[in-house]
Design a protein around this ligand. Structure first.
Ligand SMILES: C[S@@+](CC[C@H](N)C(=O)[O-])C[C@H]1O[C@@H](n2cnc3c(N)ncnc32)[C@H](O)[C@@H]1O
Length: 305
């Protein structure tokens, strides 16, 4: 699986390519609830669209995607709990990289491990081992240069795991999620194709100006199981707005009222429930409105049922 978009709560990265494969081509791809932009990223790689409009009312995930795709350096500095809470609203890199479960709201590390995580983080990103020594975290200095973050992370964490006789130290080294997240975002800088992106809009979905010859994709906060904890939308208004669109529109949802929407495609997705290691299967569906300005949706030649 390709790494698509930036790490984001409720990301569609796992099925983004399947979603795009099933949508019709057009001039413009419009991602109105873009989140971390996994689906836009897949759309850009697909070559089916020439222009991309990305919007999200929060916009922090999309902002990180946009800035990384335009080559902005991803900051590797340690961010403490206090700084996180001061900066999370205004600094999208801080919110995305340093939040627990990518929720952009809760700090990543528990207070009891923060100091030790910081020591290991600084050893990896700055090559400074003094904090590790002070805290008695056994670590072998690493020969890789500072810009080889991936190699440094593997070498340093492996050395801690090998040299530690406490399970606590081994676990601390294993779960260095922040560095992994920085690496994932850095990968976007390599994808030249992503620079075609137009700037991110932070509007309510219905305020976005949509040109003709567009395909609209909506990954709305799910109605009954808003797992991401996003601000909910007024679903009745949203359904009505969908029915008024002049362009083909596709909505990701678990369930939509069957008298107004029908399933266009669905996929079985395996999910591991956090902490329990249990695998559950969920059905992810793409819906389309049954009525389209009074026309049955199926009469539009662009669709292939
Ligand atoms: C399920 S997430 C999208 C995830 C995205 N597809 C991805 O792969 O990363 C839903 C997004 O809808 C956004 N949102 C919620 N209400 C909105 C509104 N009224 N207009 C635009 N975006 C909204 C949230 O900020 C959130 O990022």
């Amino acid at each position: 699986m390709k790494a698509l978009g930036v790490p984001y709560k409720g990301s569609k990265a796992r099925i983004a390519e399947k979603i795009i494969d099933s949508l019709p081509p057009a001039e413009v791809f419009v991602d109105l609830f873009a989140g971390g932009c996994a689906v836009t990223h897949a759309a850009m790689l697909s070559q089916k669209y020439k222009r991309f409009i990305i919007n999200d009312i929060d916009g922090r995930g999309a902002d990180v995607f946009y800035r990384a795709a335009h080559g902005e350096e991803v900051p590797t500095d340690w961010v403490s709990r206090e700084e996180f809470h001061k900066r999370k609203e205004s600094d999208s890199f801080v919110a995305v990289i340093w939040s627990f479960n990518n929720d952009m709201n809760t700090y990543i590390y528990g207070a009891e491990v923060e100091e030790m995580k910081r020591a290991i983080h600084i050893a990896i990103t700055e090559g400074d081992y003094t904090e590790c020594e002070r805290l008695n975290i056994p670590v072998k200095p690493c020969g890789f240069p500072l810009n080889q973050l991936f190699e440094r992370r593997i070498a340093i964490t492996s050395s801690i795991i090998e040299l530690s006789d406490t399970l606590h130290n081994k676990q601390l080294a294993q779960a260095l999620e922040r560095v992994e997240r920085i690496e994932a975002i850095r990968e976007l800088q390599k994808a030249k194709a992503l620079q075609r992106l137009e700037s991110v809009q932070r509007l309510n979905y219905s305020d976005v100006e949509i040109p003709s010859n567009a395909v609209i994709y909506c990954d709305i906060p799910y109605r009954d199981t808003n797992v991401g904890g996003y601000d909910v939308i007024d679903y009745e208004d949203f359904y009505e707005w969908c029915e008024q669109q002049d362009n083909p529109i596709f909505i990701s949802e678990y369930f939509m009222p069957s008298e107004r929407f029908k399933v266009y495609k669905s996929w079985q997705v395996h999910q591991t429930s956090a902490g329990k290691g249990k695998i559950a299967t969920a059905t992810e569906s793409l819906y389309i409105p049954k009525a389209h300005n009074g026309l049955p949706y199926g009469q539009l030649t662009v669709f292939d049922y």
